[in-house]
Design a protein around this ligand. Sequence first.
Ligand code: ZN
Ligand code: ZN
Ligand code: ZN
Length: 385
Amino acid sequence: MTATPAPFTADDYRARMERAARAAADAGLAGVLIAPGPDLVWLTGYAPPAATERLTLLVLAAGQDPVLVVPTLEAPDAEKAAGAPALTLRDWTDGKDPYATTAPLLDTSGLPHSLNGVGSAPIGVSDNAWALHLLGLQKALPGTSYVSLTEGLPMLRAVKDAAELERLAAAGEAADATYEEILKVSFAGRRESEIAGDLADLLRRFGHSQVDFTVVGSGPNGASPHHEAGERVIEHGDTIVLDFGGLRHGYGSDTSRTVHVGEPSAEELRVHDVVREAQEAAVQAVRPGIACQDVDRVARAHITEAGYGDRFIHRTGHGIGVTTHEPPYMIEGEEQPLVPGMCFSVEPGIYLPGRFGVRIEDIVTVTEDGGRRLNNTSREMAVVH
Ligand code: ZN
Ligand code: ZN
Ligand code: ZN
């Protein structure tokens, strides 16, 4: 397993905050408001102890130093964050109005107006900001308008730098090691939940600090892509979808393989082949400049030609970074072009209700001239016992 990477520095966080402020200005936003969550971790290295009703908010705007508004009692913790030297802390104490503290930072009167000339430019706000806080700000700043960051700045974290790619590759290696080990355990006669427990233990053993999901969809349960793991006892003859991942060194893993207890039937092998070929074709299609939706179209076309188009019931992929699901999405309608450094899953599947499902998933990163998989275990249907 790879060594622990050097931690991100204040300079790394400063560069990210500057990039975000510039991207916001380019996107016509007056600024961005970042609530506790993955965006705040990525921009500052700061994760408040728990989601709290007390306002914590990073304010970024081009030409303005980053300001982190924090409750006074949490200021000492915020000061310890790796990105703290790159920003100004503005604390507010219980009994004071946090929105009055924040409002002057959002004075958009001097900023360019939106393209249609009506009203001031909108402010981007984290998807997961509490409604309580957004409503408080709207009241303190009448006339301001807001867009979610997914809408206003979807590619904020999408392009990974070398240090991030190193972490994502390390997370992928750990997920691959987990898969190699799970092939050795007994499946028949054990519950899905027991296999899921094995997967979680292995992910942690191989360096994950957080396990986000451990899907074990056996037999008919595999036909439900969102089935996690239950009390069904696995039988000889089952096809089993395994899909697992979490965070290692703060970055995500997510891989799926479909295994079979004993020798698969001709039909099971055929369905698996169709998914494997669709996944291969979609990975081969990855290169800078093609649209996200093209990755989906390539996988879908192959599955449709084979006659299973209506049984591929989800998008082909999602971005991955400091979370295991984020933009960009490989989905019809997403015209965002691929850019070197983007990382996302390619995970087509076929789901036959009442019978079985097949999914194969790798994380892929866009290179200068194509794509590179961060998961490299065999994509043949493994026979387990
Ligand atoms: Zn079978
Ligand atoms: Zn997955
Ligand atoms: Zn996935």
